[in-house]
Design a protein around this ligand. Structure first.
Ligand code: PHE
Length: 333
């Protein structure tokens, strides 16, 4: 091989070796191999150059320099390339696990509503629904709450500015789900066995156990021969199914205009008791208001506060946590 050929081969091999380098340390090996002063390939070529004919030497010298420089600059360029962040070198690794999708969760109140509907369904109750904006008739009149009753006080209700517009007014945000008892009985002849869950609104002062909006589950069972014993059994079964076998519940005599007799329902709350709802035997006046015959049918009704039961189940100390939309809190459920 004459010298120009040797130079061509040298250059080609060096450039290929540089392109093949994957790490800076490989580059250093290549540099020593092709440019090393002591025993690299260059050294051999230089000695061949020394033996060339004097008239050929300038041309060969130039050729030699070009080859050497092209190897040097290729080394330099590859060095910079390898110093770049790995982006283009990292390849897609299909064996890596995928990025998990962020799944939403049901809010603890929603869970509780769903759980109650399931429990009531197993006890044979259908689910009914009613509007949150109610008229005076369904929130009060038909529930045997007279005109001058304190429950109608504007300070205890969210009356709407459209008061008296059209028929049925004044309008308000319902203060209880007992409105649904009326709406169902108006449309359905007895027997009736329903629950209804939803929001209710009261201008209460907000604290750890009160909110001006909360959820209730209403229950209504009308048939012939329904008794207070049935009511107590159903409430106890609901409590046990939702809160576990060892939950203690207690019934306290109370008063509601739409039930007689009436009770308040308490559950254990630390060392004392917490009221979680009201209940009683449907007042004959309510049955008459919807066209039922109180001589033929009787029944019970109850209204449970969903948030307080949910708080008991999950050990939540402050009702406000349920409405703050803090994902750190909500993601625990
Ligand atoms: N509606 C009552 C309340 O919100 C609870 C209740 C429901 C009482 C049904 C008796 C019967 O306080």
């Amino acid at each position: 091989m004459n010298l120009p050929e040797v130079l061509d081969q040298y250059q080609a091999e060096a450039l290929q070796a540089i392109a093949d380098c994957r790490e800076p340390a490989d580059l250093e090996d290549v540099r020593i191999r092709f440019l090393g002063k002591k025993k690299g390939r260059l050294k051999d070529i230089q000695s061949q150059l020394a033996t060339a004919k004097p008239e050929e030497r300038p041309e060969l010298g130039k050729r030699f320099n070009t080859a050497k420089q092209s190897v040097e600059s290729a080394l330099e360029a590859r060095k910079e390339e390898l110093a770049q962040p790995q982006a283009e070198i990292v390849q897609l690794d299909v064996s890596l696990p995928g990025q998990p999708m962020l799944l939403g969760k049901r809010h603890p109140v929603t869970r509780t509503v769903d759980d109650f509907k399931d429990i009531a369904g197993r006890l044979g109750f259908d689910v009914a629904d009613g509007p949150e904006v109610e008229d005076d008739y369904h929130n009060f009149v038909a529930l045997n709450i007279p005109e001058d009753h304190p429950a109608r006080d504007p300070l205890d209700n969210f009356y709407l500015a459209v008061a008296n517009a059209g028929s049925g007014g004044p309008w308000l945000l319902r203060s209880q789900t007992s409105t649904v008892q009326i709406r169902v009985m108006e449309k359905t002849p007895p027997p009736v066995r329903i629950v209804s869950t939803g929001r209710v609104y009261r201008p209460d002062t907000v604290d750890a156990t009160h909110s001006c909006m909360f959820h209730q589950m209403e229950g209504l069972y009308i048939d012939s021969g329904v008794t207070m014993a049935n009511l107590k059994t159903v409430l106890k079964m609901i409590a046990v199914q939702y809160l576990g076998d060892d939950i203690e519940i207690r019934f306290r005599p109370s008063f509601f205009p739409f039930t007689e007799p009436s009770v308040e329902v308490d559950i254990q709350w630390g060392d004392s008791w917490m009221e979680v709802g009201g209940a009683g035997m449907v007042d004959p006046n309510v049955l008459k208001a919807v066209g039922y015959d109180p001589e033929k049918v009787s029944g019970f009704a109850f209204g449970l506060g969903i948030e307080r039961l949910c708080m008991k189940r999950y050990g939540i100390r402050d009702i406000r946590l349920l409405y703050e939309n803090d994902v750190r809190f909500l993601s625990q459920f």
